[in-house]
Design a protein around this ligand. Sequence first.
Ligand code: CA
Length: 227
Amino acid sequence: MKILVVEDEERVAHFIQKGLKEEGHAVDVSHDGEDGGFLAEVNDYDLILLDVMLPKKNGISVCREIRDRGITTPVLMLTARDSVEDRVRGLDAGADDYLVKPFAFEELLARVRALLRRQADSKTPTLQMANLELDPITRMVTRGGKPIRLTTKEYALLEYLLRNPHKVLSRTLIGEHVWDMNFDPESNVIDVYISHLRNKIDKGHDIPLLHTMRGQGYILSDHNLPL
Ligand code: CA
C-alpha cells in the first residue's frame, strides 16, 4: 500500500517511515502542511498519517481541504495532546481515526491495518486473475488453490499489479506505488523483483500472467497479448 506521512518532527517521521517500509508499504514523507496537502492531492495514496501541529498549515486545515476536494483516502490524525476538542475537530474535518502522541509503534500499526482493511473491504475483498488469488486481509496468495510464499515487497508488487489488471505499468509507476517517490527508475530493482515474482506465480502453470512489454513496462493479464 502507498502511505503519506505528514509529520514535521524528523525523528518521528523517520521512525514511522522505517517501520511502515518494513511492513512492505511504499511511504512518502512530508514535513509541513502545505507540501503534505499538495502531495495528497497529486498522488493516489491508500492512507494518510497527518500530524495536527504542522508548520505552514495545521493538520486539521489540511484534512478539511483534501476532503473538500473530494479525496476520500483514509486519514489517521496524530495529535500531541489528548484533548477532546482536538479529536472532535479532527474527526469533524474528515479524519477517520486519531492517535495520541507519544504512541507505541505497535498501536500505530494496528490502526493502520484497521484503516487499510476497512478501505480494502469497501473495494474488493479478494483480488483475482484466472486461478491466482490474493486476499488483502489475510495477505494469503494462492494459485490453483496452492499457497505461494512471497516476501513483503513481492506481495506489495503483486497487489499493485492485481489492482491494475490488463494495464501496462511502467517502471516509473511501479516504482512510485510500490517503492516511494524517491525511487530511481533507472535502477534494475523492479526487474529483479518481477523476475522473482514471475517464478513464483507462473512457473509450472499453462497460462502465464505476468508479461514484459518491451520498452514499456509490465502487465498482469490472462488475455492473449500481442507481445
Ligand atoms: Ca508536529
